[in-house]
Write a protein that binds this ligand. Sequence first.
Ligand code: SF4
Length: 234
Amino acid sequence: MEALLLAWFDTNGRGLPWRGTRDPYAILVSEVMAQQTQVERVVPRWQRWLERWPTIEALAHASAAEVIAEWQGLGYNRRALNLHRAAQHVAAHGWPDDLTELPGVGRYTADAVACFAFGRDVLPVDVNVRRIGERTGATFSSAAAQALMDLGATVCLARIPRCDICPLAGACPSRGRRYEPLRKQGAFEGSFRQRRSLALRAVIAGEEPGDHEAVAALARDGLVLVSESGVSLP
Ligand code: SF4
């Protein structure tokens, strides 16, 4: 099955810009950005980020305030702080053998950096890769990692897989099945997440955020500092 998948990937793979590098820093940035943000939105932001901070040392020397401000629009701002802390750790101590020691780096992200940057023989298993494994019953090697991610993102979709164009259809026992809708993420509009986002934007713009509950939550996460003189970026 893997050979069929790789042949499909040769002509149908997504030409994502971070696939042209083996720089672990650039790949870490792409993976952290893509954790909870659509890939299409990540691409221009990743390019801009790498132009601003081309190396992990450059990012380590940036201020937390600059990093938080640059992250705006990607959502889940704690990722920015963790990325900054990870950069400081690597700049001071080098890349750890166990990448999950880095702030904000879980099993999947660690395996993705290990595979795509360091060439280790480990298959990063995200939701797409897991789904294809469960549906096909096949096992895949680390060489198929990017192909699996692309198949999961464009063909073997969560609810209504496009089995009619799938390179694995001939050997897939789940061919033609439909699936129940997944639990949807709560609406952003009107959510506390939105209030936090608006409060943080106000602080970045040098305005008074007003929403004390949201500011308190941001302060707990280290995204803002609250003092007698007001609310500021760290
Ligand atoms: S045949 Fe359908 S269910 Fe099986 S891997 Fe392809 S898209 Fe997914």
